[in-house]
Every structure is written in C-alpha cells, then in structure tokens.
Design a binder for this molecule. Structure first.
Ligand SMILES: *Cc1c(COP(=O)(O)O)cnc(C)c1O
Length: 239
C-alpha cells in the first residue's frame, strides 16, 4: 500500500467517525483531495486509491497538472477538478476552460467572466461562493451581508451553476470555537435555501478542523496534508 493510499483510507475512517459522532450518514460528506504543490504522480496514486475529486489553489500549477493527467488517460475514470484559490481577472479564462468547479467566487465580475469564458460544449461550471464569516479584512470572501445579492446575480449567469458556499475561517482554538465559525456559514447556507435557492454543497473543513466542520453540517471537506503529507514551505518571491 502506498502512503497516499493509507492516508486516504485513514481519512475516510476519520470522516466516517466524525459523521457518526454528529449523527450523520458518512455518505453526506465528500472528500476533496487538495493536491496543491504535489505533482501529477501524487494525484495518480490517489486516483488509483479511488479518489476522484481534486482541488488546486494556483491556476497555472493546476492547469499544468490537469493537462498532464488528461494525457495519461486514467484507468479509474475522469477526475473532477476544483479551483479553490483566490481568483484574479486575468486567470478566469484558464479556469473556465479547464476546471469543473470553482469554489472561490467572491465577486460578480469574476463570475461574469467565468460564465462568458466557459467554452461551448462543456457543462456549466459548478460554483461555490466563498464567504468571509469572521470578517478578516485581508481575506478573500464575500461579506455575509452582500451574499444574498451576489448569489442572486450569480444564479442568473447562463454558464455557471450555483452549488453552494465555501468558507475558510481563521484557525480557531479548539473544537467548539471552530464549530461556532462553521455554524455561521451553515446559517447563511440555510438562509439562502430558505429564500429559494437549491444549494447542495457546503464546503467546510480542512486537515486540522474537519471534525468541527462535519459537526456543523459540512458536505465537502477539502483536505491536503492529511492525504499527501506536509507541503514544502512556500518559496518567497524575493528568493
Ligand atoms: C490548502 C487548502 C486546503 C487544504 O488544507 P490542509 O490543511 O492541507 O488540509 C483547503 N482549502 C483551501 C482553500 C486551501 O487553500
């Protein structure tokens, strides 16, 4: 068994335990394997171990991997690629052409570009709105107060399909504090559905806090290090 295969197996058990603890069915929570900084071989190993959905933060790096994986026509079926990193206008064309999902939409302008640039013949781009529940000023994400208007506008774009919300709160101290932040995202999710949206994806939780996210109602955890191992320290641009 490869390390990645063993990690995935352990992680699936961890998610199942978190679901049991929360009185939820394990089938309600899917796993997005975050492969940023790891090469195509790591993705292939995870794919061979049954993992199908992968997340990338950096557009250029993600597209290179998508193309590399596409060439080596996978024996275990197609991969679903999710863009989960902050998006700049000059990257939307690449994202619209190569990814299946974008979870980090937080401005209408970006959503409009993605819809316009989605190539004909591809299914609509599946979209989550990133919401900034804890008000961190430097962080990406739409403010909760601006969320309903953004959701309404995005849901009208022809080549996007609004699926839900994504949230990356600041690390909080302990399970209860983490859960409280995630519950704010859950409340916004419920409010939108009460207002008539049909959202089915609440993307909450990473390697260190997925139990709290599952307890708060997450339907998709985004896990990097617990699948692929620790990432190399980020190289600074000054180097
Ligand atoms: C890197 C990243 C993850 C995965 O984080 P880990 O701590 O490695 O599990 C999840 N979501 C986003 C938005 C990320 O940038």
């Amino acid at each position: 068994m490869t390390t990645i295969e063993g990690n995935l197996q352990g992680l699936r058990e961890r998610i199942a335990r978190a679901c049991a603890q929360a009185g939820r069915d394990a089938s309600e929570v899917s796993l997005l394997a975050v492969s940023k900084t790891f090469g195509p071989d790591a993705v292939r190993q995870a794919q061979a171990a049954g993992q199908r959905a992968f997340g990338e933060n950096y557009v250029q790096e993600g597209v290179e991997k998508i193309l590399a994986l596409r060439e080596s026509s996978p024996p275990s079926g197609p991969i679903e690629w999710h863009c989960i990193g902050p998006l700049q206008s000059n990257k939307t064309r690449l994202v619209a052409a190569h990814f299946d999902w974008v979870q980090s939409v937080d401005r209408l302008k970006i959503a409009e570009r993605l819809s316009e640039q989605r190539p004909e013949g591809l299914p609509p781009l599946q979209v989550c709105l990133q919401v900034n529940v804890d008000g961190g000023l430097t962080k990406s994400g739409v403010a909760p107060g601006a969320l309903p208007a953004l959701a309404m506008a995005v849901s009208r774009l022809p080549n996007l399909r609004l699926r839900g919300l994504m949230c990356v709160p600041e690390p909080a101290d302990g399970f209860e504090a983490q859960r409280a932040l995630f519950l704010q995202a859950r409340a916004l999710f419920n409010q939108l559905n009460d207002a008539g949206f049909a959202l089915d994806t609440l993307s909450l939780g990473m390697s260190d806090d997925l139990e709290a996210a599952v307890a708060a109602g997450s339907t998709m955890v985004r896990v990097g290090r617990a699948v692929f191992g620790s990432r190399p320290a980020k190289v600074t641009s000054a180097a």
